[in-house]
Design a protein around this ligand. Structure first.
Ligand SMILES: Cc1cc2nc3c(=O)[nH]c(=O)nc-3n(C[C@H](O)[C@H](O)[C@H](O)COP(=O)(O)OP(=O)(O)OC[C@H]3O[C@@H](n4cnc5c(N)ncnc54)[C@H](O)[C@@H]3O)c2cc1C
Length: 506
């Protein structure tokens, strides 16, 4: 099930509310009843979107241009493997601001806001409040920044990022036209709020299968998240596991013990996907959940530059990644490894590097120093060092030749240089985090028996007993992360497993 924001969905604009999915598409009206019959716990969440305006009606001369990043980091590593040119942004956004007049219009019309007159019951995402919410909650702010973004390359619709609203459409038009640069804006579609039904994700296993309903999986917004990436992240895990379940994929996934498993799970130390799913299933969520880096305790290891290193092998073992891509991946990481080794082995003489150190404002060296040591200095880059070494005689040490194998992939070369730099500069922190992960893995590997009757476990506090009974965690690690379960409760649990592993499980 991946019903998004369509399950029993209602759109709300001003005082009007009607059954519809996003963009007035048909909602799903019967499935929610079926879930109830199965005893699946559900709740109502809310989200919203801003109005779309016509490009020709925007006075761009009054708005500041906001260019995209100069250095584009593609979403997919396949882009780096296959794309040989330089990636370029093709469109720009613009910045606009609300003002006192906009805020006044909103304040005068708050009685028509479904958010404030009780029409909206669902909880919305904390990090994307509507503009009326911002005006009420941050009343002292004289203005709010907005981004005017093209909806796509082949459309005239512009999206007013930061201006999500469920005010009546005539009020929205007034609000928009009070903004400098948007005085003549033509509204193509008003903004709206949408309420929908989603499930309590604590009913799910880490595979996103329902604990009480074998073979039923759910993913995406229905599990209480909001956002494209959050949905995609769950989609791939539920998809893989559903395929493993019905035998459409060969289960070659490695679990923690290294044994072949018929389930595919990513741990918190392996991927943001792991953090997201683990948070959902152990803590649940009482508002639409969004993934943020701060939620990951091992975020030094979960870098975008090493996502392929963390996950390609797993995808390959499942048969989801071609051998051609795997070969390119292996080549890339062999080059990275050689580059790191070379930095650690090579000693640089003062005359080879001092001019460079002067140029970046770092202290000169007086004796030979290992390249890796120099690279740990804040202002020194891998590129700077390899340029200095390039001037050495050819055989002695030409670091550039390490990257040379893949020279034709210009995007990849920069990625490799960056990777070598990261691995050396942050080596100390990275190895500290790896040892923390080892501790974490031990608890994750301690599986709890499938059917423990927590109500019979003496020594557990009442709250812990109820929560553990409800969530039925699969590992001791998961049990520890359930809110309301204390370290003392875990000690009781571990002792019970040690003393009487059989009676703990019934
Ligand atoms: C108005 C609005 C604005 C948003 N803006 C953003 C944003 O700016 N950035 C962002 O990251 N996220 C945004 N989101 C959230 C994002 O759209 C969702 O989180 C994401 O699309 C959810 O993906 P999903 O696969 O779970 O569901 P969806 O992408 O919603 O797909 C669900 C699909 O299931 C189909 N379906 C539903 N019920 C049934 C049924 N019973 N039988 C068959 N098919 C069914 C639907 O037709 C639909 O095609 C927004 C959401 C809304 C509603």
């Amino acid at each position: 099930m991946a019903t998004g924001t369509f399950l029993n969905a209602h759109i709300i604009v001003g005082l009007n509310k009607w059954g519809a999915g996003p963009d007035n598409l048909k909602p799903s009206t019967q499935l929610a009843g079926a879930l109830e019959t199965l005893g699946i716990e559900t709740t109502i969440f809310k989200t919203g979107t801003p109005a779309r305006i016509h490009r020709r009606s925007v006075d761009f001369a009054k708005l500041a241009v906001q260019n995209g990043d100069d250095e584009i980091v593609p979403m997919s590593f396949e882009t780096e493997y296959n794309y040989k040119g330089k990636l370029q942004n093709k469109v720009v956004c613009h910045i606009a601001y609300t003002n006192e007049r906009t805020h006044e219009i909103i304040r005068q019309n708050l009685d028509k806001s479904p958010l404030y007159n009780g029409m909206i019951e669902g909880v919305g995402p904390r990090y994307c409040p509507s503009i009326e919410d911002k005006i009420v909650r941050f009343a002292d702010k004289p203005r709010h920044q907005l981004f005017i973004e093209p909806m796509g390359m082949n459309t005239d619709e512009m999206y007013i990022q930061g201006f999500s609203s469920s005010m009546p459409s005539d009020v929205q038009t007034q609000m928009i036209r009070s903004i400098e640069g948007l005085e003549n804006a033509e509204v193509m579609r008003p903004g709206y709020a949408i309420e929908y039904v989603c499930v309590n994700p604590m009913q799910l296993k880490a595979t996103l299968e329902y604990k009480r309903h074998r073979g039923l999986f759910s993913c995406g917004q229905i599990n209480g998240t909001s956002g494209y990436e959050e949905a995609a992240a769950q989609g791939i895990i539920a998809g893989i596991n559903a395929a493993l379940y019905c035998g459409a994929l060969k289960g070659d996934a490695q679990n923690i013990d290294g044994a072949v498993a018929d389930e595919f799970i990513l741990r918190r130390d392996e991927a943001y996907i792991g953090v997201l799913i683990d948070d959902l299933i152990t803590k649940g969520t009482n508002e639409p959940y969004r993934m943020m880096t701060a939620r990951a305790e091992f975020r030094l290891l979960l870098r975008q530059d090493n996502a392929d290193f963390r996950l390609t092998e797993k995808g390959y073992n499942l048969g989801l990644i071609s051998s051609e891509r795997k070969t390119k991946f292996d080549e890339k990481w062999a080059v990275v490894k050689r580059g790191v080794d070379k930095m650690k082995r090579t000693t640089i003489a003062p005359r080879e590097i001092n001019n460079y150190l002067d140029s970046v404002g770092e202290m000169r060296i007086e004796n030979g120093v290992r390249a890796a040591e120099l690279l740990k200095r804040p202002k020194v880059s891998y590129h700077g060092i390899s340029e200095a070494l390039r001037r050495r005689d050819d055989d002695a040490a030409d670091s550039a030749s390490d990257v040379g194998n893949l020279e034709e992939y210009s995007n990849l070369k920069a990625a490799i240089e960056k990777e070598i730099e990261v691995l050396i500069k942050y080596e100390g922190y990275i190895s500290k985090q790896i040892s923390q992960v080892e501790q974490f893995k031990k608890l994750e590997a301690k599986k709890l028996p499938k059917r423990i009757d927590y109500s019979k476990l003496l020594g557990l506090r009442l709250e812990a007993r109820q929560k553990l009974q409800k969530v039925a965690p699969e590992t001791v690690g998961q049990a520890m992360r359930i809110s309301g379960v204390s370290p003392a409760d875990i000690a009781v649990l571990l002792a019970a497993m040690k003393v009487c592993p059989k009676t703990a499980s019934q």
